[in-house]
Design a protein. Structure first.
Length: 268
């Protein structure tokens, strides 16, 4: 509500919002009751992603309307999110699920029969076209599985796997993705575990490098007219670096987070 004083100064009444303020600032883990909302957010985040388009823009799906392709795109993410809620960890930030991260913990699996049934992933076989099934089941999944084993070697079962990290287009630039990834970096560093991911754009590569990720190799999906490149990136666990300044010990992780503790230090 807005009123005017005699001096023409506007007085604005600020109303309290029912949206929990901590949702703007805090990373939270979601359960199955929020699966559809999370999946829709990821669908918007990856609407123009090269890999997502590669799986759905096949010649034998040319007769599908844009609306039908969109529904299939959302369905795919619904199954994937459900599987990670069951066997992994799904974290979000923002009052409307503005940013989402899907994590597979060390030793976690997504392809057991129980998860395939409960998540609805089994439906995807019947929803994809023949070429879509070839690209998803016979090309992409085996390539990603074998590449992860090759790159991580004996640490394959010891690493956190960032399967998806996405932000809705209107919410980019607010630091949401940084908070999601930093939360897991802190945990992985504390446990001395690496983090593994596949990046589908060069711009994302540069972003992940700011957190200490290193490109290990590039792989390509080649069944379409234009190959889709995926950069395999790994972040090794990093101990905090300690420096002493003016009798204060400052512990700074590689990613920039700081904690301070006073100490009696003789400066020379």
């Amino acid at each position: 509500m807005e009123t005017m004083t005699k001096s023409n100064v506007k007085i604005v009444e600020i109303k309290h919002s029912l949206v929990p303020k901590k949702w703007e600032e805090t990373v939270r883990v979601v359960g199955m009751s929020e699966c559809k909302e999370v999946a829709l957010s990821l669908a918007y985040a990856f609407a123009a992603d090269d890999l997502a388009c590669y799986l759905l823009n096949t010649d034998d799906m040319a007769d599908l309307s844009p609306e039908e392709k969109w529904r299939l795109h959302v369905d795919m993410f619904t199954y994937i999110v459900a599987a990670h809620i069951l066997n992994g960890e799904v974290t979000v930030i923002g009052p409307e699920y503005e940013a989402v991260a899907l994590w597979l913990p060390p030793g976690g699996v997504m392809d057991d029969w129980w998860t395939l049934l409960r998540s609805g992933q089994w439906r995807l076989w019947y929803q994809l076209s023949a070429e879509g099934r070839q690209r998803y089941y016979n090309e992409m999944l085996p390539l990603l599985h074998h590449t992860k084993m090759e790159v991580l070697g004996e640490h394959d079962d010891n690493a956190y796997y960032l399967v998806y990290l996405g932000t809705k287009p209107h919410a980019r630039g607010r630091g949401y993705a940084r908070k999601l990834i930093q939360t897991m970096i802190d945990r992985a560093d504390a446990e001395k575990r690496p983090i593994y991911l596949e990046s589908s754009s060069l711009a994302n590569n540069a972003y992940y490098q700011k957190f200490g990720f290193v490109v290990k190799k590039d792989v390509f999906l080649k069944r379409g007219p234009t190959p889709v490149q995926l950069s395999i990136m790994v972040r090794e666990p990093q101990p905090p670096a300690t420096k002493i300044t003016n009798n204060i010990i400052t512990t700074t992780a590689i990613t920039g987070r700081k904690s301070k503790a006073t100490a009696a230090v003789r400066m020379v």
